[in-house]
Design a protein around this ligand. Structure first.
Ligand SMILES: [Zn+2]
Length: 315
């Protein structure tokens, strides 16, 4: 088991962020059907689950059944993938709306186009993320992503669909208007999905010299702590350089982060087990005014309180 743990600790991130993206690239650049990209994503989720079982960062976050949120996660996955597919379908519409000859460097090798698109999207997502923590209407939507009390592979796509759409429109529409080809857009989407899965995976990855340069693992745990505003740092999707430039990079939490330190401090009873409630959440949550009555235990029957308590005890 020790050997397997060490393999996962060192191989998980390179597998997810080098082997899988390169495989996706080779499939698309050699003209294979886009459907193969679904296989890449399924492999990524399966690998994340396996890695979380073998070498978890926090044991307390691994028992999906005890957390009782599997159904919610499945619905979030469907909502996420539908919006990604919608985004891809919108590309021809946007190209039709902006019919000028794009300035996209289509004569560059595809890997160079993809690298440029990824760096741009990484910066754009970081800025949207920063504003999502500093501008109340956006925070209400983004809070759905922060409400759950643990981090794991699925967390990256636990988002409100409205926030997801804002991310996609601001983060990638400029690239499409500039003329980004569909092949590059789909590969960019795969790379962003893989990054989100790795960023939130509960895997004890060892990053060596890259640790303070990529925004995953401990750095991202610090972003998710429920200690007031201390988590308002490390907004990056992948590179930490944007946070370093903006002055929002923080490597050292004020105390050690434990498995129970994740979430939103003013909403301890966030509806983690209901997809529908999570969709309603941004419309009933008023930041800075405490927990909405709807979620306070005092408004629940004893049986409902007992259920919440037993689920929280499992976490
Ligand atoms: Zn955030």
């Amino acid at each position: 088991m020790h050997i397997a743990q060490n393999i996962v600790r060192y191989a998980y991130v390179p597998f997810m962020l080098i082997v899988l993206p390169v495989s996706a690239y080779l499939l698309v650049s050699n003209g294979y059907s886009y459907a193969w990209l679904a296989l890449i994503l399924v492999t990524a989720f399966a690998s994340a689950f396996a890695a979380e079982k073998i070498a978890p960062y926090f044991e307390e976050w691994t028992d999906h059944h005890a957390h009782g949120d599997t159904g919610t996660n499945v619905l979030h996955t469907i909502a996420h993938e539908v919006s990604v597919i919608n985004g891809a379908l919108l590309i021809p519409v946007i190209t039709w709306l902006f019919p000028f000859e794009g300035i996209w460097p289509t004569d560059w090798p595809m890997w160079a186009q993809l690298a440029m698109a990824f760096v741009f999207a990484d910066l754009a997502f970081m800025l949207i993320h920063y504003w999502s923590h500093h501008y109340a209407p956006l925070w209400r939507l983004h809070a759905v992503h922060h409400g759950v009390g643990r981090l794991y592979g699925f967390n990256g796509i636990v988002r409100h669909p409205i926030h997801q759409s804002i991310d996609m429109v601001i983060g990638t529409a400029p690239l499409v208007i500039l003329g980004m080809p569909v092949d590059v857009a789909l590969l960019l989407g795969v790379m962003i999905s893989l990054t989100l899965i790795v960023q939130h995976s509960n895997v004890d990855s060892r990053l060596g010299p890259f640790e303070s340069h990529i925004s995953i693992g401990r750095l991202h745990h610090l972003h998710h702590v429920n200690w007031g505003t201390e988590g308002d740092c490390n907004f990056g999707l992948f590179f930490t350089i944007w946070d370093k430039l903006l002055g929002t990079f923080n490597e050292k939490p004020s105390r050690e982060i434990t498995a129970k330190d994740i979430g939103i401090d003013e909403v301890p009873n966030f509806p983690r087990h209901s997809f529908v409630e999570q969709m309603i959440f941004p419309f009933v949550y008023k930041p800075g005014q405490g927990e909405p009555d709807r979620y306070a235990k005092s408004n629940k029957t004893p049986a409902q309180v007992a259920k919440i308590d037993s689920m929280q005890a499992a976490e």
